[in-house]
Design a protein around this ligand. Structure first.
Ligand code: SF4
Ligand code: SF4
Ligand code: SF4
Length: 365
């Protein structure tokens, strides 16, 4: 689902149709050159934040591999299991979320997974899908592939996906989301949820995931290779078309009071904003970007060449600094983590030996 057409397309000034009033002033070119977009550093800062998250998750992966090896061994398990590994178990988090809302009991098997899942949804309520562009490591990989594609294949211009193709393909992720919501939220009774959460498969879901990527089957390798190749041709193909997590965040972002807004009177129709958008949203033709595809990356705002033309608005307020979009996102993520840690809802309450039993039942290793 996309709401790229939600905001009415306003008139835009073009240089030929409506010359800038500054043109009649003798020092107009000098003034125009003097204006430096105060938000131009946003993409660079975003890279720093994204790479910091990737580095953190690499540390988590390294720690988890050590834990995994210790569980597979015969000696005492003295390596701690890193809770953040549960960020990669969104289905388990969805099941745990339903259980929490039915019983008020927090998941003790993957508590960090539930915390991260709810925190990501909370960020969408506050700052649209900024989780995707500032936190999610898959989004970072997607962005890196976009960069690689621009440097190697599309030096002049990325080929835009036609709307007739983009819209139905964008719907695929909503169909996947509907499938998971139907299966878990609607159809799964509480007894089945309790059984699922105590099952060895749920206990060792992270280990199964590790094995899947450490020793990929031919099919898995082909799928991953295909997605990488597709992402070099289509910007963020996985995120735009296939990721149900992103679809869920997009739906939650409907309730966000924050959106990119364009002032049509200041706009010169240069379209730098649209070219900068990783999701090919036609920013230059919107008054407000209300699309569920907007990831709050702020690339459009950073690319705008005109003073006070593109910014961020919050309902009930005139403007929000674009810096507040990532700041709010990171604050929500860190806030959930801090509260979960302080209240004991971050680390799993599962004795290490239980993992060893689960691994053996599932034939892991
Ligand atoms: S769409 Fe999915 S994979 Fe992509 S950045 Fe968002 S949550 Fe991550
Ligand atoms: S509209 Fe702007 S903030 Fe939204 S995804 Fe596109 S470039 Fe990023
Ligand atoms: S970059 Fe700014 S001036 Fe150019 S089309 Fe977009 S909103 Fe208008």
């Amino acid at each position: 689902m996309s709401t790229q057409h939600d905001a009415p397309a306003p008139h835009s000034k073009t240089p030929s149709a409506s010359p800038s009033p500054l043109a009649i002033l003798p020092d107009a070119p000098a003034r125009a050159e003097k204006w430096r977009n105060p938000y131009r550093a946003l993409p660079r800062v975003r890279w720093v934040v994204q790479l910091a998250y990737v580095a953190f998750l690499l540390l988590v992966a390294w720690q988890f591999v050590r834990f995994h090896d210790a569980v597979l061994g015969d000696g005492p398990i003295s390596v701690a299991r890193p809770p953040a590994v549960e960020a990669f178990l969104p289905i388990a988090a969805l099941v745990a979320a339903k259980r929490f809302f039915l019983t008020r009991y927090w998941d003790v098997v993957h508590p960090a997974g539930l915390t991260i899942f709810l925190a990501a949804i909370a960020t969408a309520f506050v700052a649209r899908k900024a989780f995707c562009s500032w936190v999610c490591p898959v989004g970072t990989i997607s962005r890196a592939l976009e960069w690689l594609g621009r440097k190697t294949l599309w030096r002049r211009r990325w080929p835009a996906v036609p709307r007739w193709l983009d819209l139905p393909l964008s719907a695929v992720k909503y169909l996947l989301l509907a499938f998971f919501l139907w299966t878990v939220v609607v159809m799964m009774p509480l007894e089945a949820i309790e059984g699922f959460m105590q099952a060895p498969y749920n206990l060792a879901a992270d280990a199964k995931m590790l094995e899947l990527f450490a020793h990929p089957s031919a099919t898995m390798a082909a799928v991953l290779g295909g997605l990488v190749a597709l992402s070099l041709v289509v910007k963020h193909a996985w995120c735009r078309w296939l990721c149900p997590y992103g679809a869920l965040l997009g739906l939650a972002s409907f309730l966000s009071p924050v959106s990119v807004r364009r002032d049509p009177d200041a706009c010169n129709d240069c379209r730098a904003c649209t070219r900068a958008c990783p999701n090919e949203i036609q920013v230059h033709a919107k008054l407000r970007v209300l699309s569920t595809e907007c990831t709050g990356c702020m690339s459009c705002v950073a690319a705008c060449s005109t003073p006070d033309c593109l910014g961020v608005t919050r309902k009930g307020a005139r403007a929000w600094s674009p810096w507040l979009v990532p700041a709010a996102t990171l604050a929500v993520m860190l806030g959930f983590w801090a509260v979960a840690r302080a209240t004991g809802f971050w680390e799993a309450s599962v004795p290490p030996e239980v993992y060893r039993v689960a691994y053996r039942i599932l034939g892991i290793g």
